[in-house]
Design a protein around this ligand. Structure first.
Ligand code: SF4
Ligand code: SF4
Length: 96
């Protein structure tokens, strides 16, 4: 596929990788991704009780959610700082 490509300030092609999904089963609610996201994409929310596993402790009462995926600029920062490798990113096909 031809991926949507942006340019760096110096004019070099750069392919944004947009956030596609977040594995809430592995998320520990640490908030690192939220702190580095430059856009209004992510939101830390209370975990539903039915989503709690027996081995989860109180720190895991919160879980990150993708609340506004359309605001993502594809910088990839959330995935780089996540200690649990929760994120999946993907380039966007031209015309999508
Ligand atoms: S890729 Fe960048 S803009 Fe998109 S959710 Fe992650 S940190 Fe935010
Ligand atoms: S950095 Fe990873 S583990 Fe931490 S809140 Fe974000 S998605 Fe969850």
């Amino acid at each position: 596929m031809d991926a949507y490509t942006a340019l760096t300030r110096g004019g070099s092609p750069w392919t944004p990788e947009f956030v596609v999904s977040l594995n809430q089963k592995t998320c520990i609610g640490c908030g690192r991704c939220y702190k580095v996201c430059p856009r209004d994409v992510l939101s830390l929310e209370d975990r539903d009780e039915e989503d709690m596993d027996e081995d989860m402790d109180e720190d895991q009462m919160s879980v990150m959610t993708i609340k506004n995926a359309m605001d993502c600029i594809g910088c990839g920062a959330c995935g780089r700082v996540c200690p649990k490798n929760c994120y999946t990113h993907s380039a966007m096909p031209v015309g999508a």
